[in-house]
Write a protein that binds this ligand. Structure first.
Ligand SMILES: Cc1cc2nc3c(=O)[nH]c(=O)nc-3n(C[C@H](O)[C@H](O)[C@H](O)COP(=O)(O)OP(=O)(O)OC[C@H]3O[C@@H](n4cnc5c(N)ncnc54)[C@H](O)[C@@H]3O)c2cc1C
Length: 687
């Protein structure tokens, strides 16, 4: 493979998003969706979950155009969304809707790039899916995370984009670490030892009986097959990416890697493709296949449906000696609070309980937002939605004479396949005389039956006991446990029920029994030890996380391009709708954008959006600055190669529709000296 070919491909990727996104739908997708979805134009799709056998890819479909009214009751404890915009400041460069990992990363980095940023959050708490809530019981506080619990690479400079962003913002988040993941399976308990390739091989030998040597061989063959792609993660990072021509300059540092690893180019389509294609070719031992499916499931799919890129970080980094999972001290909400500090440090603002009702579009351009309280706030450069695609389209009601592309985009996003909802069980537990020394780790996965789908919410669940390592989350002598199903809980039966009714309570009891039983495997007398228990139904999940129908997320199975994937989707099987939209100045970020579900990925999507909105020079400066922070980050700086490409591309960055100065400055836009701007702002603030 020649470097020129690589550059040509990069150019294609870079320019692809300067074009209006296009809709794609391959025969393969049609096949998947036909086998699992209800007929078109119907929102009764529960039947698809009745067969949850292992080989099925489970997605839910829902046509939002059939539900024009989106009013949902407000849950106490989540706020009424009626704040925001009261401070008289009603014009910003960038407005970000939502303070999930994507929205906060985008807001904080955009503020660091020198933009005047406002992040509007509907809930009264920061962090989106990663927020925490507190229950006071007998006068004492118990704190629970509502979503993510498993984080690798937050304890040290690492390739986790979230950690990179913390470091770029010069913010720290104290954590405790642990080195394994407990698995409770039909065969019994075993532990995945992170940070030890030998330890994992020993596990394979122990668990696979006479197939042990074969399992080790197949596992290593899989790692070898994906080694070059995995290696490319230290040649170019997600933080180098942007969606315009500047991409050529910010990723140019990868050229030496490409020159020495010519096979990387041939493997480029594989990065986005269905992981199961590779796994099926190489891995036959059931234990290894099961392990791979479980490690993928956090992206929503098992290997079948997961993008190959999802496993690269695991294959490469989880077996390095330094690898470790982290428990943020003070709870998962620390993720959001850390990013919030970064945002505010650079002059950005976060307003909570500020629900956006409408994204204002004028002459084909997003010019601001209308809040639920009626206040209008203007955006000079861009509006970025961190809400799911389903929640984003709610903010864009159909108007007469709107551009056809907008109507199509709304329809495409509103009918994207999605994961189901999640059921939760939050337990406050009396730890008197409780010996948990057999639980070496706070995080555990439970599988009932390997013949059923990992997406089946009655088959796979997780529990997490942060209080094993973080004593601040509950009173002394107690524990908090969060148990949650996979993201395949059908929403429809729940929406027919009214919270508080006998029927609703009975259904709650029925659906979370499996979660109780999961914890019982590890703590047999758990029910006798309860201080209290709280069931979080999909309706609560929807309300607390502000995710339509409580969805775990958008669910386009890898293997073909998603609708609205942009030109990139025409040349590669790109399983995400573009973060750019047909509306000038409207972008998206979050876990429905590349690279997908998970806190690192959502944060990365926010960084890509922020990079896309700034001049390439700012982006290069940020990368150079980051590279100096730690030897681990040196590869971020494309160095001289980046400078060589810069003159060719800088006139096109940010792309025309994102330039505040676009009418004044022709093809080019002057770089913003964010260091000087931020210094000015700091000086003004201290006066
Ligand atoms: C139960 C569970 C377990 C998980 N486990 C893990 C894990 O172990 N490890 C991991 O890395 N990831 C895990 N994840 C996934 C991860 O949490 C998510 O992918 C990620 O946090 C999503 O971030 P996001 O940026 O897409 O936005 P979200 O978290 O969805 O945030 C979007 C924000 O937008 C706000 N919003 C929506 N509409 C509006 C509006 N109209 N106006 C104003 N604000 C609005 C919402 O209130 C919300 O705060 C888990 C998720 C769940 C639910």
């Amino acid at each position: 493979m020649k470097i020129s070919t690589y550059i040509g491909a990069l150019a294609l990727l870079a320019f692809s998003d300067a074009f209006v996104p296009s809709s794609q739908s391959s025969a393969r997708n049609v096949a998947i969706h036909m086998s699992t979805e209800a007929p078109e134009k119907s929102n009764t799709n529960v039947a698809q979950t009745e067969d949850t056998s292992r080989e099925k890819v489970m997605t839910f479909s829902y046509d939002m155009s059939l539900e024009q009214k989106y009013e949902k009751p407000t849950y106490p404890g989540t706020g009424n969304g009626l704040s925001g915009g009261e401070d008289g400041d009603n014009e910003y460069d960038i407005i970000v809707i939502g303070s999930g990992m994507g929205g906060l990363a985008c807001s904080a980095l955009s503020a660091k790039y020198g933009s005047k940023v406002l992040c509007l959050e509907s809930h009264i708490k920061v962090g989106g899916s990663a927020h925490t809530f507190t229950r006071v019981h007998k006068g004492e506080k118990y704190s629970f995370e509502v979503g993510p619990s498993i984080f690798e690479g937050l304890d040290r400079p690492s390739l986790n984009p979230l950690r990179m962003i913390f470091d770029i913002l010069e913010e720290t988040m104290p954590v405790e670490t642990y080195k394994g993941l407990g698995f409770w399976t039909p065969e019994g308990y075993w532990r995945f030892p992170i940070g030890s390739a030998e330890g994992f091989e020993a596990l394979l030998m122990e668990q696979c009986g006479e197939d042990g040597p074969k399992a080790v061989k197949e596992w290593n063959a899989l790692r070898d097959r994906l080694k070059t792609l995995g290696g490319s993660t230290t040649a170019v990072a997600l933080l180098n990416l942007r969606q315009d021509a500047g991409f050529l300059s910010t990723t140019a540092g990868a050229l030496p890697f490409v020159a020495t690893h010519p096979d990387v180019f041939a493997d480029l389509p594989l990065t986005f493709d269905d992981l199961s294609k590779t796994v099926d070719e190489i891995v036959t031992v059931p234990f290894v296949r099961n392990f791979i499916d479980c490690m993928c499931i956090f992206c929503g799919f098992p290997a079948k449906g997961a993008m190959t890129a999802h496993i690269l970080y695991i294959l490469e980094r989880f077996f390095e000696e330094s690898a470790a999972f982290s428990v943020p001290i003070g709870g998962t909400s620390q993720l959001g609070e850390t990013l919030q500090r970064g945002l505010e440090k650079f002059g950005g603002k976060l307003q909570l309980n500020a629900h956006v009702d409408e994204i204002i579009v004028e002459d084909g351009r997003a010019t601001g937002v209308r809040l639920k309280n009626g206040n209008v706030i203007k955006a000079r450069k861009a509006v970025v939605s961190n809400a799911t695609p389903f929640d984003t389209v709610k903010m864009m009601p159909q108007k007469e004479d709107e551009p056809k592309q907008l109507t199509k985009w709304r329809n495409d996003l509103g009918t994207l396949p999605r994961h189901g909802a999640i059921s939760h069980l939050f337990l406050g537990v009396d730890a008197t005389g409780l010996d948990l020394s057999h639980l070496k780790d706070p995080a555990h996965l439970i599988v009932q039956d390997w013949d059923r789908s990992m997406q089946d919410s009655q088959n796979l669940c997780s529990f997490f006991i942060p209080s094993l390592l973080d004593k601040s989350v509950c009173p002394e002598g107690k524990h908090v446990i969060h148990v949650y199903s996979s993201g395949g809980e059908p929403y429809e039966p729940w929406e027919k029920l009214t919270p508080g009714t006998e029927e609703y309570e009975a259904y709650k009891k029925e659906r979370v029994e499996v979660l109780f039983q999961a914890v019982e495997r590890a703590i047999p007398d758990i029910r006798d030890r309860l201080e209290f228990s709280i069931v979080g139904s999909p309706l609560a999940h929807e309300a607390f996380l502000r995710r339509d129908r409580g969805t775990y997320g958008m669910a386009w199975a890898a293997g073909s391009s998603a609708p609205q994937a942009g030109l990139l989707g025409k040349v590669l099987p790109f399983p995400f709708p573009n973060l750019k939209t047909p509306i000038d100045g409207l972008l998206r970020c979050g876990d429905s954008c590349f690279p997908g579900i998970g806190t690192p990925s959502a944060a990365a999507s926010g960084a890509i959006a922020a990079n896309t909105m700034t001049h390439v020079d700012n982006h290069l400066q940020l990368l150079a600055e980051a590279a100096k922070r730690d030897p681990m980050y040196e590869f971020l700086d494309p160095g001289i190669l980046g400078q060589i490409y810069k003159p060719l591309v800088q006139g096109f960055t940010p792309s025309a529709e994102l330039r505040t100065e676009r009418f004044a400055s022709g093809a080019g836009a002057a770089p913003v000296d964010y260091t000087a701007k931020n210094a000015e702002r700091d000086a003004a603030a201290s006066n």
